[in-house]
Design a protein around this ligand. Sequence first.
Ligand SMILES: NC(=O)c1ccc[n+]([C@@H]2O[C@H](COP(=O)([O-])OP(=O)(O)OC[C@H]3O[C@@H](n4cnc5c(N)ncnc54)[C@H](O)[C@@H]3O)[C@@H](O)[C@H]2O)c1
Length: 399
Amino acid sequence: MKARKICMLGTGLIGTFYTMTLHGLRGRDRVYSIYSRSQERADKFASEWGIPNTFTDLAKAINDPETDTVVIGLPNDQHLEAVRLCAEAGKAVLCTKPLGRTGDEALEMLRIVEKAGVFHGYLEDLCYTPKTLKSLKAVQNGALGRILWARSREAHPGPHSDWFWNKNMAGGGAVVDLGCHCIEIARNFIGKEVKPLEVMCWAATQVKPIDAEDSAIALVKYANGAIGQFEVSWNYRGGMDLRDEVAGTEGTIRLDHFLRTGFEMFTNVGLGGYVAEKAESETGWMFPVGDEAHELGYPHMFADMFDCIENGATPMESFYDGYIVNAIIDACYKSVKTKQWEPVELKEWRGSNDITEHSVYVDYDADHYLIKEEILPDERKKVILKRKSDGEILQIVTG
Ligand SMILES: NC(=O)c1ccc[n+]([C@@H]2O[C@H](COP(=O)([O-])OP(=O)(O)OC[C@H]3O[C@@H](n4cnc5c(N)ncnc54)[C@H](O)[C@@H]3O)[C@@H](O)[C@H]2O)c1
């Protein structure tokens, strides 16, 4: 197994989390060079994390022959140019979320890497949290039956850098920033081969003086009748709320990734520093997170990426997935404007084209369909049925 020699583009929040993950727990893959716009910041970052090389020129950083893998942790408007340079350099490229600002931008990136034949991974960490991976396995094994609804929520008090609030640089507001996570989480639970058909989205600028939306709720309808639902906000007070719920015909999953992980602390004087990402207070009841990188899925995400590079395989999250997410986001923005369901326009679709929804008719006996069975508080049992001959609803009570 060859250790990866990584070129990290960006020394901001995500560059820090990624480097912390890669250099944590004595991993063999190392950040070997760092790109930042300022030499001072690059030097400080390099000395903090023991990184041998620094660059302030993007193309030189990417073309440095000492590194084999490039990780893009730059503002959204710079992903495309960085991807183009990586493809020209023939380097494996891992790009943070969202892949592009629009579906067209993401599709261009997908085409560039596929044409160049370089490895590409979409760094969608929240699909790799240990809880999510275990839940996905259970869902794939049929533990929840047929998936009907996948809800994902990400809300916090707003991003930490100026460029996120600039609609042109970011490509939008909370939908593109946070909705991208939620859409892909739901897609994983519903099944990536199932085609997303149409979207209904409400978005508004409720609090912040910006051109983009700071809150949104959307429904994404899939070809098998399943619904993906997301709720995102940059106005949520009290920390970072990351929750998912999945409902199927045979079961339910509820996940809380950040605000209530089972770790609660009261302090009158503070923890003496950082509490958790987007935590808003330092005293009182605190919700710290044991190992933040782990809870957010970073170690499993990089393990999948590097294993796949080594084995010539496709990672769970590739640029293709990033493109589908961006195409769904495009439909969200259209729906916000028209206040209508808008189709998801997929110029590239590699999944199933089956659009048959599951039948709701389950036989109870030759003459009836089953609606439901329930045991009542007085121990009687009710069976609610629909008569096949005339559609009449009736119940049988026993006990
Ligand atoms: N969970 C996640 O996967 C996650 C979390 C946070 C951010 N991100 C993504 O990572 C990327 C970077 O976000 P971040 O939170 O690290 O941002 P940040 O503002 O903290 O850092 C941005 C980095 O890009 C550099 N940069 C280069 N050109 C720049 C420019 N013109 N303006 C501003 N910065 C410039 C900055 O110097 C800095 O190193 C974004 O695409 C964002 O969506 C992903």
